[in-house]
Structures are given as C-alpha cells and as structure tokens.
Design a protein around this ligand. Structure first.
Ligand code: BGC
Length: 805
C-alpha cells in the first residue's frame, strides 16, 4: 500500500523482500544502504548492501574457460547488523521467529524507514519492536538505527547484538554469482579507545585492486535502560558488541546504533578510520540526528516541488524523486561520481554509468543544476581515457565507453549469461557508440538550460568538440552516394548487434546514431561560435583543431546518410530485410511475456537478430530528444523529406515491433505519443511509473531501481506535459496536459531565480517569478509573442484542453 509520501507494507513477505529492500533503500548521494532487515544477512531472501558513490573495484574470474575482468561498485561493510534474544534463546529473525504482526513504512518526506512488529518466541513470550532508520541527508557520512524493544509479558535478560560486517561480497545478482565478487580484504577491527569511549566498535577493509580503504564505526548505546555488561567479539572482517540488559515486563528499552562511514577517497580527513571513529564519537543522539536529517530533506523538497492532482501518479513520482535524490544529491557535487543506471540500490549492471544519464540530467538541470554539472564533470575528467580509446580504435577525438566506472575505460562485459539457456554468449553492447552523443547532448542542453557559459567555455565545449571529432571520424564517405555513413555500430535497441549470418558484430547506418551525430556536429560548431573569442582561439590551439576538421563537421552534417523503407525511417540499413516475427505463436508459448525476447529466442536456438523486433525505442528516441521542428530541419537540410506524417508512420511502425524490454522504452513512448495519442501515451506513462514499484520487469527491481525511468517520469511532467524547453535565453512552454491531469505545478531554478513557478490547468497556464534579486526572464508560448516577466511578476494565458494551440 502506498500513500502520497508513504510506502507501506502490512506483512512480512520473504518472496518479495528483495524488491522491498531496493524500494526502501536509504541514501544521501554519498552512500546508500538497501532496506534489508538488520537481523539478516545475504541468504537468498535478504541482501543487505551498502554502496558508496564512485567506490569501484575490479576482479578477474574465469567463465566458459576464459579469464574475464569485471569492475563492480563495491558492496562495502554492512553497518546495519543488529538483533536480540531473550534469556539466551534463539536470535530474532523474521524467517524463524513467530511474527504476530509486522509493518514496514518508508516515509519519503523525511527519509525514515520504520518497522513495527510483535514477535513471540518458543517460550511464548511476546516482544514488541519499533525500529527507525535513517541515512543522514544532513551529514553524508552518518547513518542511524534506533530500536525500541518492549517486553510485553515477560521480564528477564535481553541480549542485543550490534555488529559491523566486512565479510560481505558482491553477491546481489544471481547471474553474476559464478564470478568473483570478493572485493574486500580485512584490514583491522577494534573497540575505540579513549577518544570515542567503549561504546564504539570499528572495522576497516580495503578493496582488492583499487586499494580504497573503507572504515565504518558504530556507537551502540542504550538510552533507556541499563546495560549490565557489554561483551566484545571479533574475527577478521567482523566485530560486534553484545549488550546484556535486564528488562522488566512493560518497560521499553531503546538501543541506538549510530554509524559513520568514510573512505580513503574522502576529502578533509586525516585517515578514514580516524575520521569514522571521531565522527561517531561526536555524533549527537538519534533524535537530534533525525531532526537535522528531516530539515535537510525539507530543504530538498522545498527546492523540488512537483505536484499533479493525480493521487496515484503523485505518490509514485514522489518515490521516484526520492530515489533519484538519494542517489545524487548536493553531497555528490564534491565527489568524482556519475549516476549509476540502477542507483546505489543494488548490483545490477555493477553500478556502471550508461547513456541513462540522458534521462536523468534534463530534470536535474532545471531543479539542481549544480548536481547536473557535477555529473557532467564526471565525464569531463574521463576525457583523456576516451581520447585514448578513440586513438586505439584509429579514430580522432573522444570515444566514451558504453559502460563507465572508475577511470572511464570500457567496462561492458564481453560475455553475458543467458539464464534461460545457461549459455555464456558474446556481448557486443560496447558498440553502442551513441553513448558519446548522449553526453554531448547533455552538455549542450545544460548550457541552454542554465546559460552557464563558464561551464561551456571551461569544460563543455571541449567535450562537445572531442565527441564531434570522433563521430566525424567514424563517418566514412561513399563517393557514389555522395553521403557519409556510420558502419559497424549498435543503436539503442540491444536485440540487434549484427546482421543475420554475419561473422562479426555491428550494423550500418543506425538512424538514431547518424541523425544525432548531425545534431552534435552542428552543436559543436555552435559552441565554437558562442565562445568568447579568446577562449575559442585557446581551445582551437589546445585541441589542434584544424580548419579541415571544421569543414568536415560541416560537410558530414549536410551529407549524412539516413536510410528509409516503406516510407519510414529505417532503424538501420537492411532492417526491412529481416524476417517478421510470429508474435501470436511466441506470446502463446511464453505466457504473454516476451520482454526478454533475446533470451527466449536464443534458448530456442534462434536469435533476435533475425527479426524485425526491437528491445526498446531506437529510431523513436529521435522524436523524444528532438522537437519535431528541429528534426524536420535536420532532415530537410540533409535533403530528405520530413513532416509530421513521417514521424507518425515511423512511430507506429516500430511500436508494432517493440517489446519494451527496457523500462526506458515505455517512457519514451509515453512522451512521443503524448501529442497524438493521449490514451496510449498515458498507459505508457502509468506503466513506467509502476515499473519498479510493481517490479514489472520481473525480478529486476530487487537488483536495483531503474533510475533512468524514475527520473524520466518526473522530467516528463516538466518537459513534456508542461512542455518546458530553453532556447536562446527564452523559457519556452508548450503545454500538452493529458486529460487525466487537471492541475500541475512545479518550480524551476532558472537564470539565477530559485523559484520560477509554473502552474497549468486544462484551461490556464501561469508563470510566476519571485522577487529574489535576479533579473527579468523571457517566456514564450506557441502562438503568442515572447513576453518579459519582471521579478515579482506573473503572466498567464488561457489554454484549451491543456494546450496553447
Ligand atoms: C537498456 C539500455 C540501458 C541499460 C541500463 C539496458 O537494458 O537496453 O538502454 O542503458 O539497460 O539501464
């Protein structure tokens, strides 16, 4: 059950515990801990996992007779373990003890995870437990667990065990379990000395190859009730305090565990172990931590208010914003970290960074530009690596990796397991060169949204130019056609990596890649001309950018090849020659669910490569990223026909062939259909909203949330339903409110204003600019002249059925 700010569960359900752990993850942009129960460890039902942004490690494993190296975001030592027993009986566990009642609640407004339960032990004694947990949004190194234990009908000896567990590994994803996941070496454990008092235990580990030291310290204190004795137990990589407490029937005992987590990557510390011990020793009590934490979340929600009058959708949007802002926050700004596709919520995709930031950054740009900038800086710092990769491939510029981790080398696996056939198969997904285009796209959109010329001049233009250089180099000229082509790549649709029967991977003239390349080349040229003259000259010299290269950018952008068939844009050259799929037969054989058609077909000895079927939006991505006018302009300039009919036909053609095997796909379809087919679009939107909360991709949520789709739904409200775009210093609004929403409201950070309020009903659009020291802004709505709104002023225009025209 979910309410506007609450995700609540009324019973304990081992079968869905993994999903619940992901959805109840608490984090602060520096680290996050899954909502696993403190009395459990990794055992197939439970999976406690804690991940620190940017902390990776690589290990070698042998699979299918081959050595493979993988880099993972590291599951760091678990700070959570805490359980209890009565009079020396069995330790409490939800799986073996008798639960009389059980409730778990995630309060998204305040970032608090609460559990209320009553348990009966073998001797018939009933104990009530109330437990609250936070991962502080105020102090990014601190987490806290408060447990109140009430003996309802007994008196006797209560023993509470509070541990730190560094014996954890990366075991969260079943498919990866055959691989080496032991990333931590024990360094030391101990009880803190004078400085921290005898309530503190600590543990220090080191990652195997990245040699990052990770320290966790915990202070366990009984705040109501007296500790008769405190015992210490330790072994390499594990340490605990056992607190012996004499309790009386009806009198509650409260135990507070305050933890601090630091790594050797952190700044402003002497050494991470020392920092962790000092921080817990100085930490105030749970209530004070909670107060500051709540205040910090208040500030976050003040800055990020998006409301619609659709109760159900609003609840899930809150959950999505909550998880996004727990993965990246103001605490990420000082780190060298990107935005992992599955959040800091699980180990799927090993914490790697993909093109998914394309779905995350546009929202952040308009709400938290400093976070968006920090995420772009993660890419900028990896430019040397991307340049080296391009050079190795015999190409100029920068070739960003499909999957990126610590240093920006290509982290995509070269073999992947099909759990349905048990076979390890070649993985060529690294051929998705379009990831570089996504980075360039974000750089330019960030500049447009924020007007941050300093960023463009210092960092953005360099990335744009190097990426443009790479793609201009990747394009080859065909004299007979007088066209440029891009051969041997993969588009976003991961079900096609080669032609049927081909010996090698790669496809030719993927329309998404080719057209976006043109867009990027033109933006690179635009960036050059917008830079202040001295910086332009500096950059041209620094990058040794030759006149001939600039001419080539221009030439490729006019002569790129786009392939068409049956009056639609071809996903890639030859798509129409692929066989048609027997949809009915397949759907019947697989119980109606063929989202992972690649696995289904491979297990049958066939291949998705043989068919006209797409995992996800591919060509259709173009209509998501580029407004129709922009796309029409690009295609017309290339000498191809383009109008709304072509767009409509192309969407319909691929929709009939797309299985939405990625959560990103439903989102993109919700967006592109919003103008033309409201009902279908709304269903796609609802499907995207429910992707994680209802685990629609069958078990994948337990391995981490789908952050691109989560952020994408929130972004959709702003940029699709309210139609926010920024071009040429003008805030453009082109509302297309779905029937189901009658009121929508949000605030933007824009041109120095901390709150430009946009509200929209089916018949009115209103923009309000607070008086906060920044200057007037320009606003445009289709069919109306550009208006200037002064600080303190507002402007409104009528809408008809949620649209301006
Ligand atoms: C999708 C990719 C996406 C990746 C990470 C895959 O299933 O096909 O487009 O980048 O997941 O979210």
């Amino acid at each position: 059950m979910v309410t506007r700010w609450l995700l609540a569960y009324d019973a304990y359900d081992p079968a869905t515990e993994g999903v619940r752990e992901s959805l109840c993850t608490l984090g602060n942009g520096y680290f996050a801990t899954r909502g696993a129960l403190p009395e459990t460890s990794a055992d197939g039902i439970h999976y406690p996992g804690t991940y620190v942004a940017g902390v990776y490690d690589r290990l070698t494993s042998v699979v299918a007779g081959r050595e493979v190296e993988n880099e993972d975001i590291v599951n760091v030592p678990n700070w959570l373990p805490l359980t209890f027993r009565v009079n020396g009986g069995a330790w409490f566990s939800p799986d073996t003890s008798t639960l009389v009642s059980y409730r778990q609640e995630l309060d998204m407004r305040r970032g608090v995870l609460t559990r209320l339960l009553r348990v009966r032990d073998d001797a018939g004694r009933t104990t009530r437990v109330t437990q609250r947990r936070i991962v502080s949004m105020d102090d990014p190194h601190v987490a806290a667990l408060e447990t109140t234990i009430l003996p309802e009908d007994w008196s006797g000896r209560l023993e509470v065990r509070s541990a730190l567990d560094g014996q954890v590994g990366n075991m969260g994803v079943a498919r990866y379990r055959a691989l080496n996941g032991r990333h931590l070496e024990p360094v030391a454990v101990g009880e803190a000395g004078d400085k921290a008092g005898d309530e503190v235990i600590w543990l220090q580990s080191r990652t195997v190859s990245s040699r990052i030291e990770i320290a966790v310290a915990a202070r366990t204190r009984v705040t109501t009730g007296a500790v008769a004795a405190r015992e210490l137990q330790r072994e390499p990589g594990w340490i605990c305090h056992n607190l012996l407490i004499d309790v009386t029937e009806g009198t509650p005992v409260t135990v507070e565990k305050i933890a601090a987590l630091f790594t050797s990557h952190d700044r402003a510390i002497m050494e991470c172990g020392d920092a962790a011990r000092t921080r817990v020793a100085r930490a105030p009590a749970f209530d004070a931590l909670l107060e500051r934490h709540t205040l910090a979340w208040d500030t976050v929600w003040q800055r990020c208010r998006i409301s619609i009058d659709q109760e159900d959708a609003q609840r899930v949007l809150n959950l999505h914003m909550f998880h996004l802002l727990q993965t990246v926050s103001e605490h990420t700004v000082d780190l060298d970290a990107g935005v992992p596709a599955r959040g800091l919520h699980g180990e799927a995709y090993r914490g790697h960074i993909f093109w998914d930031e394309l779905f995350v950054l546009p929202f952040l740009m308009l709400q938290f530009p400093e976070i968006a900038r920090a995420l772009l800086m993660y890419r900028w710092r990896r430019l040397p690596q991307a340049r080296w990769a391009a050079q190795e491939a015999g190409l100029p510029g920068a070739m960003y990796p499909w999957q990126s981790g610590s240093d920006g080398r290509e982290e995509s696996q070269r073999l992947h397991l099909n759990p349905q056939s048990g076979r390890w198969l070649p993985d060529d997904s690294h051929l998705q060169r379009h990831v570089g285009l996504a980075i360039a796209y974000n750089v330019w959109r960030f500049y447009e949204a924020t007007g941050d010329m300093e960023f463009l001049a210092e960092y953005g233009a360099e990335m744009l130019l190097e990426i443009a250089r790479f793609f201009a180099g990747l394009a080859t000229y065909d004299r007979t056609l007088d066209r440029y082509e891009i051969r041997g790549v993969m588009g976003p649709d991961e079900y096609h990596d080669r032609y049927p029967g081909a010996t090698g991977p790669g496809l030719d003239n993927n329309a998404y890649t080719n057209i976006l390349t043109v867009w990027v080349l033109r933006r690179a040229l635009a960036a050059l001309s917008e830079l202040p003259e001295y910086r332009r000259a500096e950059l041209i010299e620094r990058l040794r950018l030759k006149r001939a290269e600039i001419t080539r950018f221009e030439d490729v952008s006019r002569k790129m090849r786009v392939v068409f068939h049956n009056d639609v844009i071809s996903q890639f050259e030859g798509y129409e020659k692929l066989a048609q799929l027997d949809w009915t037969g397949l759907l019947d054989r697989h119980g109606g669910d063929i989202r992972r058609l690649d696995r289904v077909l491979e297990a049958d000895g066939d291949s998705a490569n043989n068919y006209q079927v797409s995992k996800q939006a591919d060509v259709v991505m173009l209509f998501y990223l580029l407004p129709a006018e922009e796309l029409t302009e690009i295609l017309t300039r290339l000498g191809y026909p383009c109008d709304h009919e072509l767009i409509r036909r192309t969407i319909a053609y691929y929709m009939a062939r797309t299985v939405h095997g990625s959560t990103l796909s439903a989102l993109v379809h919700a967006w592109v259909l919003a103008r033309t087919d409201g009902d279908v679009a709304w269903n796609f939107f609802i499907e995207t909203l429910h992707a994680d909360v209802d685990d629609l991709q069958h078990g994948t949520t337990a391995e981490g949330v789908h952050l691109g789709a989560m952020a994408g739904t929130v972004d959709m409200v702003q940029r699709c339903y309210a139609g926010v775009e920024v071009h040429d210093d003008v805030l453009r609004l082109s509302p297309r409110l779905p029937r189901e929403i009658t009121r929508l409201r949000f605030e933007l950070r824009y041109r120095g204003h901390w709150g430009v309020a946009v509200s929209c009903t089916q018949d009115l659009l209103r923009v309000q600019v607070r008086r906060d020291g920044a200057g007037p802004i320009q606003v445009a709505v289709p069919g109306h002249d550009i208006v200037t709104i002064q600080p303190g002023g507002s402007w409104e225009i009528p809408l008809i059925n949620g649209r301006a025209e």
